[in-house]
Design a binder for this molecule. Sequence first.
Ligand SMILES: [Zn+2]
Length: 405
Amino acid sequence: MATEKLFQNDAYLKEMHAEVTAVRMHGGRMQIALDRSVFFPEGGGQPADQGFLDGIKVVDVQEDADSGDIWHILEKEGDFKPGQRVCGRIDWDRRFDHMQMHCGEHILSGRFHELFGVENRGFHMGSDYMTIDMAAPEGRPLTDEQIREAEIASNEIIWENLPVRILRCENREDAERLPLRKLADFVEGDVSVVLIGDEESPADCCACCGTHPLQTGSVGLISVLKAETYKGMTRLTIKAGRFALEEYMLRSDAASALAKKYSCELAELIERDKINDVKNEEIRRELAELRSAIAKKEEEKLREALDSGSGTFEAFTYELQSANDLQAMASRLKDSLVAPLALLSERDCTVVIASPGEPDAGKLVGNFAKLFAGKGGGNRQIARAIFQSSEDAKKFIDQLKEELR
Ligand SMILES: [Zn+2]
């Protein structure tokens, strides 16, 4: 037996008494069908209600499209039998969030359609946001200016606090006499049409099975957060109602914290950030120049040390240079070496080995680094070994001194 949809006549109804018409186990959960229900089943992009049925949590609600039964899916089994009277109550905060979001989608879609001839081609409601795929005439992407204009116009519809009415039409032809923005393709038989404002110049008018507030003022706020190109359309991420307010609070807190850091007004924030980027770029360039000058000096010192050295294995320790700096230096020196060389970056606990080719630098690392929990590798002329501590790296170097004596 088809369940009477109490939410269709009164979307503000929160509780009900009803009679159980069927009980079944499905997907490991008990499901209850009722003769009437205040629970909205998932549909038209609006998520299902949740709530309680005789004290047991309702986690999902689904409508059987063939029989019209609305199945209330329970968190755990209860003592339910056909013919029994039960009491149900929906999670109203959750429902109202959905009503605000859903109605926000109507208003925004209506404005885009009226202002720019844009069509809403797809809609998804997430936990606290929605996405709408907007198709503009000739497949042009929406501009930032168009989006801002429609966003402002949508909030003006909220301020006007227009009535939101549900009109029942006996059939598709009746519905088509109304100034519809669109009539879904699948509609057959009875059609519910939501009309926002008056019939002569509606803020929106389209076939819809969802739940809506009584006036647009209840939506509170509509905010477009993101626009991206998607399959030749523009996908908008939007929030409405409580979620839009929470998003603004989050953004306001973040922007205020940054404005405080830069000691500027919110309106100057982006300009200040650009100035900061320029300064950072300058610092990065200066740092690179300094590093390059130091590397040059260190390389000269190392060449001098090698020239006056013993011509056998030697090791040098560097406090500030990175392993990459040392490897670059070793690469430039490797072809002029007469004996292997170890360069230790204390900062990175890494030893770079350079060799004229004999002995094989890669094999030195492969054979001896593991003795001190080191890892690494390389080729005949350049290799590197990474350790947990510079003490371990030094022990590795001592080991090489023994081996290469
Ligand atoms: Zn709707």
